[in-house]
Design a binder for this molecule. Structure first.
Ligand SMILES: C[S@@+](CC[C@H](N)C(=O)[O-])C[C@H]1O[C@@H](n2cnc3c(N)ncnc32)[C@H](O)[C@@H]1O
Ligand code: SF4
Length: 453
């Protein structure tokens, strides 16, 4: 254990599900599970595989109990959930999104050759709302703000949200629902359904994972998982006392149980489950535990060094455990384990390599439907906020925004440039794409590398 890691706390002596899970299980008509623990000699749930890499430690979750709860919840929920549209409908949606992506690629190549940086989006990130039920101590909105502390007023309602999706779809092949905590929105399933009808692919949601047991039991949420392509759950460690302090919640176990629940549901619901792990200074052994757990459970692992504002927190690479963690992640990626992103991208991200940033490839739209142009993380030049709903098409929106601030050569250290020298994880994906605009074979290599894993 890393010396700066807080002392381990013993597992809670739980003979029954956590209060939330107990209420949920009761609401779903599921009989309480007898605590399944090795010491009691009872059976470990079949859905929990033998841990080969992950080593449970004192203070980590009570796995047999959580797995039993997750299994019971999955059994109760599964018959109520809609099945994903497969076959032709799914192929048609992917083809439509691919067509947009291919058109954008050709146009972006043309713009790049002409020296322009106002590139068309690979996807867009929508802060669907700002409030959150956690208060993560490291939470950063790319501008040094914390979502739960920002003014949450003005979020788009469902109809306006749908309109936003329609407008952005004129050029964006993919959408990334974020927040704040997006699952606090009652209408998130209506929005993911709209995204599916509009042929977005992939449809990604990033969540702290704490509410899924409750939300999925609501009839309005029956189609949410079926309409989602990638579900990213944030999990930065497994020591429950550390997580409780870091996330400022008294129920960190809910996240772990819900991760197991989602893992149980992913096959029938057809989405890809990922864990986003923010690597914290002093807690590299906890990140390693999450890496190992994901490996054992077959869940995709996305490592992200903690940022402070636009840059990696210098305390992360200075952590004596960091080089070994990075080496292990890269070795697993090389070995074809489920590490998200290409090997090159991970090497650059974890090493904090300087970026070839093209901010407009991954535009941020705020909770109120305003596009933050050309980049949310800009330091020297304040970005402009433009209401997307005032436009019919992304081309008109991009042209209007370009008149306000020229995105070309915006990235850089000068007073009239962003000055950010960013290390945000998303920028390493767009950095790989920019490299691929100049060297299509390199992009193909990255895509094949990604697809192979
Ligand atoms: C702002 S959160 C919003 C979605 C949701 N509430 C969640 O936590 O997953 C989006 C992602 O940003 C990550 N994040 C927040 N602060 C960060 C920081 N300082 N450095 C790196 N990633 C951060 C979170 O862990 C999460 O995966
Ligand atoms: S759960 Fe997400 S939005 Fe909420 S405080 Fe944590 S990182 Fe920020």
């Amino acid at each position: 254990m890393n010396p700066s890691c807080p002392p381990p706390v013993p597992s809670p002596p739980s003979a029954s599900p956590t209060p939330d899970a107990a209420a949920q299980l009761t609401a779903l008509g599921v009989r309480r599970q007898r605590r399944a623990s090795a010491s009691a000699g009872t059976v470990v749930p079949a859905s929990l595989p033998e841990f080969r890499r992950y080593r449970p430690r004192a203070g980590h979750p009570d796995w047999p109990r959580l797995a039993a709860e997750a299994e019971a919840l999955a059994r109760a929920l599964e018959p109520r959930l809609a099945r994903p549209a497969g076959g032709l409908a799914s192929l048609r949606r992917r083809a439509a999104s691919l067509r947009t992506g291919a058109q954008n690629y050709l146009e972006n190549r043309r713009r790049t050759r002409a020296g322009r940086h106002d590139l068309l989006p690979l996807y867009f990130i929508w802060t669907t709302l700002r409030p959150c039920n956690f208060r993560c101590t490291y939470c950063d909105d790319h501008q040094g703000g914390r979502y739960p502390e920002l003014d949450g007023r003005g979020k788009l309602d469902t109809a306006a949200g749908r309109r936003l999706l329609e407008i952005m779809r004129t050029r964006a092949p993919s959408v990334y629902f974020a927040g704040g905590e997006p699952t606090l929105r009652k209408d998130l399933p209506a929005l993911t359904r709209a995204a599916r009808e509009l042929d977005y692919f992939p449809i990604v949601t990033n969540s702290n994972g704490s509410l899924f047991d409750r939300q999925l039991a609501r009839p309005e949420w029956a189609s949410f998982l079926a309409d989602t392509d990638i579900l990213v759950i944030s999990l930065d460690g497994l020591d429950l006392a550390t997580l409780a302090r870091m996330w400022v919640t008294d129920a960190p176990e809910d996240v772990v149980r819900n991760l197991l629940l989602l893992r149980n549901l992913q096959r029938t619901q057809g989405f890809k489950l990922m864990v986003n792990c923010v690597i914290q200074p002093g807690l590299t052994d906890e990140a390693r535990a999450v890496l190992d757990l994901c490996d054992d459970l077959g869940i995709w692992f996305c490592p992200v060094p903690r940022n402070v504002g636009p840059r990696i927190d210098p305390a992360v690479p200075a952590d004596p455990g960091y080089p070994a963690l990075v080496a292990e992640i890269l070795a697993r990626r090389r070995a074809g384990r489920r590490i998200s992103g290409s090997l090159r991208m991970n090497r650059r991200l974890l090493g904090g390599a300087p970026l070839d940033c093209r901010n407009t490839l991954k535009p941020h739209v705020d909770h109120d439907g305003h596009l933050i142009w050309p980049c949310k993380a800009s330091v020297n030049v304040a970005p402009v906020r433009v209401n997307v709903l005032d436009f019919e098409h992304v081309d008109a929106l991009w042209a209007h925004c370009s008149r306000l601030i020229d995105a070309t050569a915006f990235h850089g250290p000068a007073a009239n440039q962003c000055g950010a020298d960013c290390n945000w994880a998303q920028n390493y994906t767009t950095d790989a794409y920019v490299d691929g605009l100049r060297h299509p074979l390199a992009l193909l290599r990255d895509v094949v590398d990604f697809a192979r894993a």
